[in-house]
Design a protein around this ligand. Structure first.
Ligand SMILES: [Zn+2]
Length: 337
């Protein structure tokens, strides 16, 4: 299975690797939570089926000594603002708009509204390739951030995806290190796949025909079908959008030290009125973070997500440098109290 594991850089960036070998079969679910319990509770899942929803790494929120696991997607009540690359050619724009239309027509209930600039929405850009530039290893990278509203019920938190950023490549590198432009079908497949991440499927399905497979060839074939005008459907994303946003899918005990670390950072960021908490998950790591007005993140990251979900002691919160510094210095108001 390791051959189909995608690279996840920067904590929770998701990549579609080019050239990986398809892994077919009845693979165990990868998300680390019980999709059967969710199916029993959500009648809407009966009609669409859960497909590979259980491969989805859940978002998390530390609460009273436990880690609450939940699913996060966009609200379907309003169109999702999307910005397209300013440097896209007419052909690229046509393909990207085609990928958005395919998802809008895929039965999820989502719609898109193109804007020149989006603060909260989906931002699609092309990587600038060249010496010293950071480009995705595969055909694309996506991050998607979930905002936690602070309210909710036992079975459902008040959350929603707020921003996603997609970085696409225009070319692949062959075995001799030469750049080979992506074909129309490869670019369409990559766009469909990365938009799937941006819509909230922040992992990869193990086997089969989903666009969220990490296997290049099945993604390219899906791209070809859409380019050929065939209808596009994805049962796994249908399942995600059939489930109420913020559905709690599990709870695992958290080590006291980890809980204390979260509580401290949460208090300090709250005192500074930082934006958050937000969560970002991938199939190698996950994080919860706050950010300053200038976009500086203060984050706690869990390595090995979601496989550590069943091993509570291995759920360790690693602070990034700004968060570590804030926790070391504390709040100046603490001294005067
Ligand atoms: Zn991917």
């Amino acid at each position: 299975m390791s051959g189909s594991t995608p690279r996840v850089a920067g904590g929770a960036r998701l990549s579609l690797l080019l050239g990986v070998v398809a892994a077919v079969g009845c693979a165990p679910l990868r998300g680390g939570w019980d999709v059967g319990a969710l199916e029993a509770r959500v009648p809407a899942l009966e009609s669409v089926g859960a497909a590979r929803l259980g491969d989805l790494p859940p978002h998390f929120l530390p609460q009273q000594g436990n880690l609450t696991l939940f699913l996060c997607r966009w609200s379907t009540l309003a169109a999702i603002p999307v910005s397209l690359p300013a440097d896209a050619t007419a052909t690229e724009l046509e393909l990207l708009r085609g990928a958005l239309i395919a998802w809008a027509d895929a039965g999820l209930g989502v719609s898109f509204e193109q804007r020149e600039y989006v603060k909260h929405g989906i931002e699609i850009t092309f990587a600038v390739e060249g010496r010293g530039r950071s480009v995705p290893k595969g055909a694309g990278d996506t991050i998607a951030d979930c905002a936690l509203g602070g309210g909710g019920e036992a079975e459902r938190l008040d959350v929603g995806l707020r921003h996603a950023s997609i970085l696409l490549r225009r070319s692949n590198t062959d075995l001799l290190g030469r750049r080979v432009p992506l074909t129309r079908d490869e670019l369409m497949g990559a766009a469909l796949h990365e938009i799937g991440h941006a819509l909230g499927f922040s992992g990869h399905v193990a086997p089969g025909a989903s666009i969220m497979s990490a296997t290049t060839e099945s993604v390219r074939r899906a791209g070809k079908r859409v380019n050929d005008g065939e209808p596009f459907r994805d049962a796994t994303l249908m399942a995600l959008y059939a489930v109420p946003n913020g559905s709690v899918v599990g709870s695992v005990p958290l080590a006291p030290g980890a809980m204390a670390r979260f509580d401290r950072l949460s208090t300090l960021t709250g005192n500074q009125r930082l934006d958050g908490p937000l969560t970002r998950v991938g199939d190698r790591s996950a994080r919860i973070f706050w950010q300053s007005e200038r976009g500086v993140p203060f984050s706690l990251r869990v390595q090995g997500w979601p496989s550590v979900i069943g091993r509570s002691r291995q759920i360790i919160f690693e602070a990034n440098p700004p968060a570590e510094l804030l926790m070391q210095r504390g709040d100046p108001r603490e001294d005067s109290q």
